[in-house]
Design a protein around this ligand. Structure first.
Ligand code: C5P
Length: 290
């Protein structure tokens, strides 16, 4: 039987996020640093001969038909004319509406696993172009390594980032991304930065432009940032709600985790330099061929 079990869909953190403009279609131009971390959802994928795409398990708040993993599978099927189908079983660990890219990463892992199992043979660039139809963050998860992103998030360049540990707090609220981007208070004209200056330039403020708006709309996010700020430079990721702080030593991250009040779900995560599906797919992966 052709199947791949426990395919990792890693979370991302936005180490900074600047909004530099807005396109005519309403999407925002931005600059961000995407960091892969080792906290993951896990996907089991089994090939079906009858062409149907089914999600086999219930996920609260996400009807199977509109799930991005099902849409991703259908998109690849239509694009390639593949006659095969799939059963998809998704184990969620990443919060929804948390700004850690869970839904986008699940969709990307679906594309990676099915491109392999269906032997549709799409290369990295083509998969990334296809993925953009599913969401602005999805191409990053097919890029395969940490990245500096421009455009709406789809123009990617490899970025070397520090090998650190993160403490992540879930403030207990789901933030709707469109509400943050459409807020009239959002700063949309931040002066563009240069990738070469990241993260060494102390004069630059490597902040998340979406944070002020999210904190005003969701005080829970503000409270989590205030608390975590006692230990370092605490920031929100994406459009929220999760907030994070980096530590060089794992033991320092563990110490902070012990202090987190019960009202917040919290975890530590390690910075990754490569997408964990590279190992899963072995010698036949899109990143080796790129
Ligand atoms: O692309 P994705 O579906 O993740 O985006 C969700 C929403 O976030 C979009 O509909 C848009 O309102 C907003 N967005 C934006 N600019 C971006 C990314 C997202 O305005 N670069």
């Amino acid at each position: 039987m052709r199947r791949l079990d426990n395919c990792p869909a890693p979370a991302k953190l936005n180490l900074f996020l600047h909004v530099t403009g807005r396109r005519a279609d309403g999407y925002h131009l931005l600059q961000t640093a995407f960091q892969l971390i080792d906290r993951c959802d896990y996907l089991d994928v089994e090939v079906r001969e009858d062409g149907q795409i089914c999600r086999t398990n219930d996920i609260e708040g996400v009807p199977a038909d509109s799930d991005l993993i099902v849409r991703a599978a259908r998109l690849l099927q239509t694009h390639t004319g593949c006659q095969l189908g799939a059963n998809l079983t998704l184990r969620k660990h990443l919060p929804m509406g948390g700004g850690v890219g869970g839904g986008s990463s699940d969709a990307a892992t679906t594309l990676l696993a099915l491109n392999h199992l269906w032997e549709t043979g799409l290369q990295r660039e083509e998969l990334m172009r296809l993925a953009l139809q599913l969401g602005a963050d999805v191409p990053f998860f097919l890029f395969g390594e940490n990245a500096f992103a421009e455009g709406v998030g789809e123009e990617l360049q490899a970025l070397t980032t520090p090998d650190v540990w993160f403490v992540v707090l879930e403030p207990g609220v789901q933030v709707p991304t469109p509400a943050i981007f459409s807020a009239k208070e959002l700063t949309r004209d931040t002066k563009p930065v240069r990738i070469a200056d990241f993260p060494g330039d102390a004069k630059q403020t490597w902040k998340n432009d979406l944070q002020t708006v999210a904190c005003a709309l969701f005080p829970q996010v503000d409270a989590a940032i205030q608390w975590l700020s006692q230990y370092g430079d605490a920031k929100m990721t994406g459009s929220g709600s999760c907030v994070f702080c980096a530590f060089v030593e794992e033991s320092a991250a563990e110490q902070v985790l012990k202090q987190v009040p019960d009202r917040w779900v919290s975890w530590k995560a390690k910075a990754l330099s490569r997408h964990p599906m590279a190992q899963k797919l072995g010698s036949k992966n899109i990143w080796l061929e790129a």
